[in-house]
Design a protein around this ligand. Structure first.
Ligand code: DP6
Length: 329
């Protein structure tokens, strides 16, 4: 008999305010420092997992097309832990779609592995609490741990599997911030974040960045709780610049920025000089995340669209936790 257990989960990507860059333990994704992020409500990954007794391996379909061999393998290794935990041997069909363009430079691994974690836990009938779900998602992709809880999230670095997890410290409606993502295409093939994390320790600046990381976590955490936008801007831009400094002083050096990225950063600095509450941050790509309180987002987005090299602007408020949207168990 063919089992037809299936579940569909939805998870949001997140934008880091205090960055994860460098691992203490690469295989378990135990980061070198804690990080803080905000989930993005308007963009998401939706993942359906179907258990199938007839399969001899997991089969992953991404945005309607069969995934690459390396993605299939990464997902199969990830799902092996659910089989181990549940004692069930069945493989799965996985259908994953993003509602944002892959070319947008928004990492889909965070929302992808968070949604997969929830749906897989459901079909393998594992009763796992949210902290443990974030630990498991972390094994798929570090930043996926932060897409399990909702709103404003801290990933406590820890030192082993048990002590490294993410939890929410403020709900989505705590603060109506908006991320206006200025999408900038990168011409060159990007170095993966996996490789970037590996290179972080080759920068002579990484130890200084890590020594001061906890104080930035404290500052960011308090600024979010107090809704202190000026302090938040200051600490997020400092932390972003420190991560970029590590990237460009790694060996080999990593340059993710494009000229348009810098044009957006200068525009943000100009806005602030003129009294607008806005700050920038970037991840391992050329696109720039421009964060502001909701009332300013329309004006900011329409100017961002006029900057040469900005392909599109994606808007998002603060998102909730990953959740199951359909199940048939
Ligand atoms: C620059 O979570 O993509 O976005 O654990 O290797 O999957 P892996 O890395 P990933 O790294 C994210 C790096 C970052 C900063 C951040 O999100 O904190």
């Amino acid at each position: 008999m063919t089992s037809s257990n299936s579940a569909t989960a939805l998870a949001h990507p997140n934008i880091a305010f205090i960055k994860y860059w460098g691992n203490r333990d690469e295989s378990l994704h135990i980061p070198s420092s804690s990080s803080i992020s905000m989930n993005l409500a308007d963009i998401f990954t939706q993942t359906q997992v179907i258990l199938d007794l007839d399969l001899v391996c997991d089969e992953l379909t991404l945005n309607g097309a069969p995934a690459s061999q390396s993605s299939q393998q990464r997902v199969q290794n990830f799902l092996d832990q659910f089989r181990k935990l549940s004692g069930k041997k069945e493989y799965c069909r996985i259908f994953s779609t993003n509602n944002f363009p892959t070319s947008a430079g928004i990492a889909s691994s965070a929302s992808g592995f968070a949604a997969l974690t929830l749906a897989a836990a459901k079909v393998y009938q594992l009763d796992i609490n949210p902290l443990e779900l974030s630990r498991i998602a972390r094994l798929g992709s570090g930043s996926a741990s932060r897409s399990i809880p909702g709103g404003f999230v801290q990933w406590v670095a820890g030192y082993d599997h048990q002590s490294s997890f993410a939890e929410s410290f403020a709900p989505p409606d705590h603060w109506n911030l908006v991320d206006c993502i200025a999408v900038i295409g990168d011409d060159e093939k990007k170095v993966s974040s996996l490789e970037g994390h590996r290179l972080a320790n080759s920068s002579p600046l990484q130890s200084a960045r890590l020594e001061s990381a906890n104080s930035r976590i404290e500052t960011c955490h308090t600024a979010i709780l107090k809704k202190d936008f000026a302090t938040l801007s200051d600490v997020v831009e400092l932390d972003t610049n420190l991560m970029v400094a590590i990237m460009i002083t790694s060996r080999p050096a990593l340059f993710y920025w494009q000229p348009a990225s810098l044009a957006v950063v200068f525009q943000v600095l100009l806005w602030r000089q003129n009294g607008l509450p806005v700050f920038y941050t970037l991840d391992a790509g050329a696109s720039v995340h421009v964060i502001c309180p909701q009332p300013y987002s329309r004006e900011i987005s329409s100017t961002l669209r006029t900057i040469p090299g900005v392909i599109q602007v994606i808007h998002s408020g603060v998102g909730g936790p990953a959740h199951i949207i359909e199940e048939n168990i």
